[in-house]
Ligand binder design. Structure first.
Ligand code: PGA
Length: 247
């Protein structure tokens, strides 16, 4: 079966209640888009946004979760809490979490299990730094990170992989289509080896890092690119829908 593309917006630490109008425009346009749509606002907005999107195809997600379902973890949110707020998915292991909070591949794998436990899809991020790319280490780094971050019980129905080169996030720089093709084909092969053909072929692999309306079509032309994880260009409906429209 063909993989349906997913365009997911990562609002990061942006957005207040006043952003609801922008979000409503995304909800309104979602039925006309050729792909699945997900918006991951800050946790403070999940509940409101999920209510506003109810009944339509656009889904709302979280940006991180704790591995445990509850307990003495001040400031943290469990996957169950996100689900209870109306989230259907959660981004796990974003490079900003890995860098700012020291998250290891093992932590990311635990969080993926937590997402599934709560009935959420896990969007698991991997990506090389610029130094790793420059030293020719990209595929080794990605192999290690993918194996460590994606539990072997992952299935296509509840897991999405996002390839996000760290040096392309928020920089306006993107890899060439050849570089994206090389990585996505490699990740596809690795998933098939580890998870078997059915799950490995069925699992969506998103590209993320400076995706915008003007470069989305070229990026989506790459064979194993099944959508995008969009940061900056997901904050405005016109930009986000410009990416989704060509998916
Ligand atoms: P960007 O962020 O689109 O602003 O580069 C992507 C991401 O961090 O998911």
């Amino acid at each position: 079966m063909a993989r349906r593309r997913l365009v997911a917006g990562n609002w990061k630490m942006n957005g207040l209640r006043g952003s609801a109008g922008e979000f409503d425009r995304m909800v309104e346009a979602a039925p006309d888009m050729p792909c699945d749509l997900l918006v991951c606002p800050p946790a403070t907005l999940i509940s409101t946004f999920a209510s506003r999107a109810a009944g339509g195809p656009l889904r709302v997600g979280g940006q991180d979760c704790h591995a445990k379902p509850s307990g003495a973890h001040t400031g943290d949110l469990s996957a169950e809490m996100l689900a209870d707020s109306g989230a259907k998915a959660v981004i796990i292991g974003h490079s900003e979490r890995r860098a700012d909070h020291g998250e290891s591949d093992a932590t990311v794998a635990d969080k993926a299990q937590a997402a599934w436990r709560a009935g959420l899809a896990a969007i698991i991020c991997v990506g090389e730094t610029e130094a790793e790319r420059d030293s020719g280490d990209t595929l080794n780094v990605l192999a290690r990170s993918l194996d460590g971050s994606v539990p072997e019980t992952a299935i296509a129905e509840n897991t999405v992989i996002a390839y996000e080169p760290v040096w392309a996030i928020g920089t306006g720089r993107t890899p060439t289509v050849e570089q994206i093709d090389e990585v996505h084909a490699f990740l596809r092969g690795r998933l098939r080896d580890r998870l078997g053909d059915v799950q490995g072929i069925g699992m969506r692999i998103l590209y993320g890092g400076s995706v915008k309306a003007s470069n989305a079509e070229e990026i989506f032309s790459v064979r194993d690119v099944d959508g995008a994880l969009v940061g900056g260009a997901s904050l405005k409906a016109v930009d986000f829908l410009g990416v989704a429209a060509v998916a």
